[in-house]
Design a protein around this ligand. Sequence first.
Ligand SMILES: Cc1ncc(COP(=O)(O)O)c(C=O)c1O
Length: 403
Amino acid sequence: MPKPRATPPTKEPPQNGTTSSPLLLNPVLAEQGAYPLLRLDERRRELEERGIELFDFGTGDPREPTDAKIRQALTDGVPKVSRYPSTPGKRELREAFCGWMRRRHGVALDPEGEVLPATGSKEAIFHAPLAFVHHSHERRGVAYGTPGYPVYERGALFAGGEALPVGLGEENGFLLPAEAVDAEKTRILWINYPHNPTGATATYGYLERVAQFCQEHDVLLFSDECYNDLYSGEPPPSILEITTVRTLAFCSLSKRSGMTGYRSAMMAGDPELIAALKKLRPSIGVATQSFVQDAATAAWSDDVHVEGRRRAFGEKRRLFTEFFARAGLEHLPTDASFYLWVAVPEAFSGDDEAYALRLMEEGIIVAPGRSFGAGGEGYVRVALVPGVEECRRAVGLWEALVR
Ligand SMILES: Cc1ncc(COP(=O)(O)O)c(C=O)c1O
């Protein structure tokens, strides 16, 4: 006999959709402040509502159109019947990436065991520590440079790791000093050159020293190479030119090919690390859509469209650096990435927020250095995202302010 149904509770339901107990959050989430770039976006929206014309150098999302071949590959790839994509993705995509790695960096990789696609490098960076770090580990530190991209820290903390920021500064050209890394505690070291937010670039010799440090101390070396294909002078090296041992490079199509909205990147390097990620990632649900994989295959297979992007960023960089020289505004010299890291003029006593606000009144949006973490104070970051003509007009406005 089935048991009779229990009578429904007579207690009054909570009023206005509220419950009696406070919502318990993951402490990492609860302690997290507003995402720095989001705060800036909010400000921008307020100004937009007032109808002020804005030149947005705040967010690193360029406007140059995605190459027609890539867009075509995406639309051609939309299938009649949609199936779940797999974690390793299509072999053609992995082969196309390996082709680029060989052409660009002279590194031969095995498309089966040494590369794995990601749905943009942000999620790859965030999730990677989950495969290698646990709160029960004695050695669970994740080291990264500050100022820097905030996701290294977030990924470390959500994985139960210990965040170990390492201060970057002008004295070492914003190159992370390996000797400042606490090797006893560190399991993973993140580096990112060309660097967001400063545009600093690493030499081959620097990468060799970092790789040697990591191998001596059994630290996994993760190199975020998101901006590696955007340069005007010498092509920046990849860490994989030096070693693949206990090392991964995170390569993205977002900036190289103007595909921020597609979400496509690649992880490459040590087959043992790739195998661990292959095991982790099906639990997360981050396999890339098949049609995005087709677009990505077209993008990694072609270098011509990237030359056009390099020229555009080079011209914008030149416009600004010539203006900075005329105006006596100090900035970190760089010919890679699309960022310029500008010291706040003395009149603002190093207050980057005040300077960013002042520029905003002129319609120029830049990111205050502090929004990239400790050590960013006293600088603003100019992301060369608007078109060349808009850059010219913004330079005119900024120059009038300086005068
Ligand atoms: C340093 C750095 N790494 C990674 C990313 C993430 O790029 P995506 O997820 O678009 O590949 C960004 C985005 O701005 C970045 O600046």
